[in-house]
Design a protein around this ligand. Sequence first.
Ligand code: UDP
Ligand code: MG
Length: 312
Amino acid sequence: MKLLSVIVPCYNEEQAIPYFYEEIQKTIAVFEKEFPETAFELIFIDDGSRDGTLSALKTLHEKDERVRYVSFSRNFGKEAGIYAGLQYAKGDHAVIMDVDLQDPPALLPDMYRAVTEEGYDSAATRRVTRKGEPPIRSFFARCFYRLINRLSRTEIVDGARDYRIMSRRMVDAILSMREVNRFTKGIYGWIGFETKWFAYENIERVAGETKWSFWKLLLYSIEGIVAFSTTPLALAALLGIFFTFVAFIMIVFIVIRTLVFGDPTSGWPSMVCIIVFIGGIQLFCMGVIGEYLAKAYMETKNRPIYIVKEEA
Ligand code: UDP
Ligand code: MG
């Protein structure tokens, strides 16, 4: 008998949980026909929800022994939820799925076939369109993927979702990356392994609302860049070299001009502009360095990625 662990991070999702449970039952029924030798375990991660998520999970656990849950002491973020789920998963394969049904469970049999019969270590999904998303958000998302793939040697796939099935050895590889600043999309690229991609159209949430504000996404994207690229640090150095060079040319120019035309005291406004400009560049570069320093500081503390309040 093989075991498939389904990991479902939930944050304030009491409305979506019943829909999800109903839908996953249909998928399990399909599996019973197509893969009779595979059993399921459902691991719900309650990421410090403030609504009835935990009690909804307890109810499910009572009526269905395949349902397990882990409840965090506060909101630690989806990345921490995924990590916890992978740690608790006992399966030969594990799949991460959103509770809002934006990750269609109907794809699961095909994804499972890819990792059991076709020799892949992972089958992942990506959205081909961003339909139903604010255009501004799509625009910035595209820019982000273009930027991070320029800056980082790790490949980060545009439109990739967290919906992904993995073999046990891939799960173990992810668990071995114990960093606190977790950018899962980068982690997948970094560990490698053969991945089969499934594309599908964007699906709207079944209930509740998205937990991502524009601001949260922006901060998350900066984390992603810092976690998987040190190019910005090199860019700061390059900027420094560039401006040193410009300054050198200006010095030569001014010395020659003074020798040829004498020195009428002028040029105060241009001087102020240059000082402000260089000051700005310097502060920007310090900010970039500070960002890396902050991350290094957080990592050296070696704090746990999440704290469990209760589990079953
Ligand atoms: N989620 C979580 N912790 C958080 C935010 C989100 O566990 O701090 C879960 C959420 O319950 C959902 C999944 O992550 O199952 C995806 O979140 P959401 O649907 O809000 O993101 P979107 O699909 O809009 O990118
Ligand atoms: Mg969603």
